[in-house]
Design a protein around this ligand. Structure first.
Ligand SMILES: Nc1ncnc2c1ncn2[C@@H]1O[C@H](COP(=O)(O)OP(=O)(O)OP(=O)(O)O)[C@@H](O)[C@H]1O
Ligand SMILES: [Mg+2]
Length: 421
C-alpha cells in the first residue's frame, strides 16, 4: 500500500471510529437515563403495591398465607416477581414459587436498607435466578408484622434494546462506509478518464505542432536557397518550387484533416440524407484516377442491389477516399478493388489492394493518429497519418465496425460494416 492509500485508509478508519464512539457515548447516556427512569417507575410501583397490601389487610391480619396469596395474585397481574420478607429475612410470600435457594434474604442489600426504613432500588444479578433484575424494596409495617415487600423486574428487555441499538449503529455505519467507498471509486474512475482525455489532447497538440513544423522548415530552407541564388538556375529552381508546392499541399492537408477530425469528434453530424453509395464510389474513383500508377488498375463494379444508406454524404466520401487513397499509395503493381453490397442489416464496403501489405502488429496501430508504418514513404507521398483515424471516427459515428487483413508483399483488405437503421 502506498503512503497516500495508507493515509486515506487511516483517515477513513479514524472517522468511522469517531462516529461509532460518538454514537455509543450518546446511546450509553440515553440508556442510563432510560434505566434510571425505569428504576424510579418500578419503585413507585412497589410502593403502590405496598399500599394496596396495607389496605387489603387491616391491622394485625397479616398471616403468612395471605401474604403468599397477595404475592402470587399481584405478581401474575403485573407480570413481575414479588417477594415478601420478614424481619429475619425469611421469605413469606413469593410470586414465582420458592426458588432453588430460598435462604435468609438478610444478605440482600436492598432488603437490609428497607428493613431500616428506606425505600430503595438496585440493579443486580439475582442470586436465585442468575439474571439481572431491578430490585425495589419498600418497608412493610402491617400491625405487628414488620418486613419488606420487594419487586424484581428482569432487565433483559432493556439490555436487549442496548444490543439492538449497537447492532443497528454498526449496520448504519457499514452502509455509510460502502456508499462513501463507491462514491470514491466512481470519482477515481472519472478522474482517470479525464486524465486520459487530457493526455490524449496534449499528445495530439504536440504531434500537430511537430507535423506543421516539418514542412514549414523545409519550405523556408528552399526559399532561402532560392533567394541565395538558386533562382538563377532554372533546373534547380523548378525542382525546389515543386518541393515547396508539395510541402504547401501537405500543410493544407494537415490543417484540413485536423479540422475534419475535430468536427467528426464533436459529433455534430446534422446533414443526413439517403445516399446512393454506388454513385459516391463512382465520384471517388474519378477523383483518384490521376493517382493510379501505370501498372495498377482501379476496379469497381457497381452492384444494383445496394440500398441507399442514410448518412452525411461528405462523410461517406471522406471514408472511401481515405481507404482507396491508401490502397493506391501502397500498390505499385496489380489492382485496387472496391466492393459494395447490402445485407439485410448492413452496408458492406471492401477496399482490397495487391500492395506492400503490413505485419500483424502494424495493423493494430494504423488507426492511431499520426501513426505511419514507413514514415519516409508516407511523407514522400504527402501523407499526414490522420487518414485512418478519420475513417475510424466516421465508422464509429454510424456505430459500425472496421477490420483490416494484411500480409506483407501480398496486399491489404479493409472491410467496413455499417448498420442500416
Ligand atoms: N492499404 C495499405 N497498405 C499498406 N499500408 C497501409 C495501407 N493503408 C494504410 N497503411 C499504413 O497505415 C499508415 C496510416 O494510414 P493513414 O491513412 O492513417 O495515414 P497516411 O496515409 O500515411 O496519411 P494520410 O492518409 O493522412 O494522408 C500509413 O502510413 C501506411 O503505413
Ligand atoms: Mg491515408
Amino acid at each position: 500500500m502506498d503512503l497516500k492509500k495508507k493515509f486515506l485508509f487511516g483517515y477513513a478508519a479514524a472517522a468511522v471510529a469517531a462516529l461509532l464512539a460518538f454514537e455509543y457515548a450518546f446511546w450509553t447516556n440515553g440508556f442510563s437515563y432510560l434505566e434510571k427512569q425505569s428504576e424510579a417507575g418500578y419503585l413507585t410501583q412497589a410502593e403502590m403495591l405496598r399500599d394496596i397490601l396495607l389496605a387489603d389487610m387491616p391491622e394485625g391480619t397479616a398471616s403468612a398465607g395471605k401474604l403468599e396469596e397477595f404475592a402470587e395474585e399481584y405478581g401474575e397481574r403485573y407480570n413481575i416477581r414479588i417477594t415478601i420478607i420478614d424481619q429475619e429475612g425469611r421469605v413469606l410470600g413469593e410470586s414465582d414459587g420458592p426458588g432453588p435457594a430460598m435462604s435468609s434474604h438478610l444478605d440482600r442489600e436492598e432488603v437490609r436498607k428497607a428493613l431500616y426504613g428506606e425505600s430503595n432500588s438496585i440493579i443486580r444479578r439475582s442470586a436465585t435466578f442468575g439474571l439481572d433484575y431491578c430490585y425495589c424494596a419498600v418497608p412493610l409495617n402491617a400491625g405487628s408484622f414488620r418486613g419488606v415487600i420487594r419487586t424484581a423486574i428482569p432487565m433483559e428487555e432493556l439490555r436487549d434494546m442496548d444490543e439492538e441499538f449497537l447492532r443497528s449503529t454498526i449496520l448504519a455505519v457499514a452502509i455509510l462506509l460502502l456508499l462513501v467507498l463507491s462514491l470514491v471509486m466512481y470519482f477515481r474512475k472519472y478522474l482517470s478518464a479525464m486524465k486520459a482525455v487530457e493526455q490524449q489532447r496534449r499528445e495530439f497538440v504536440s504531434n500537430v505542432t511537430h507535423e506543421l513544423k516539418t514542412p514549414l522548415t523545409s519550405i523556408r530552407g528552399f526559399v532561402e536557397t532560392l533567394k541565395n541564388g538558386a533562382v538563377e538556375d532554372p533546373d534547380c529552381a523548378g525542382r525546389f518550387l515543386d518541393i515547396i508546392d508539395i510541402e504547401t499541399e501537405r500543410l493544407g492537408n494537415l490543417i484540413d484533416d485536423t479540422l475534419l477530425l475535430s468536427e467528426i469528434e464533436s459529433k455534430k453530424d446534422v446533414r443526413q440524407e439517403p445516399c446512393d453509395v454506388n454513385e459516391v464510389i463512382g465520384e471517388v474513383t474519378e477523383l483518384l484516377m490521376p493517382k493510379v500508377k501505370p501498372h495498377v488498375r482501379l476496379i469497381f463494379t457497381p452492384d444494383a442491389g445496394v440500398r441507399p444508406y442514410t448518412c452525411n454524404r461528405d462523410r461517406m466520401k471522406q471514408l472511401l477516399i481515405n481507404l482507396v487513397d491508401n490502397g493506391l499509395k501502397a500498390t505499385d503493381f496489380g489492382a485496387v478493388t472496391i466492393q459494395c453490397r447490402s445485407t439485410a442489416s448492413h452496408l458492406i464496403l471492401e477496399v482490397a489492394d495487391t500492395g506492400i501489405g503490413m505485419e500483424a502488429e502494424q495493423t493494430e496501430r494504423i488507426f492511431e493518429r499520426f501513426y505511419r508504418v514507413d514514415k519516409g514513404r508516407s511523407r514522400a507521398q504527402g501523407g499526414t497519418g490522420l487518414g485512418l483515424s478519420i475513417v475510424k471516427h466516421i465508422v464509429e459515428l454510424y456505430r459500425g465496425s472496421i477490420q483490416v487483413e494484411s500480409r506483407p508483399e501480398e496486399g491489404t483488405t479493409f472491410r467496413v460494416e455499417l448498420p442500416y437503421y
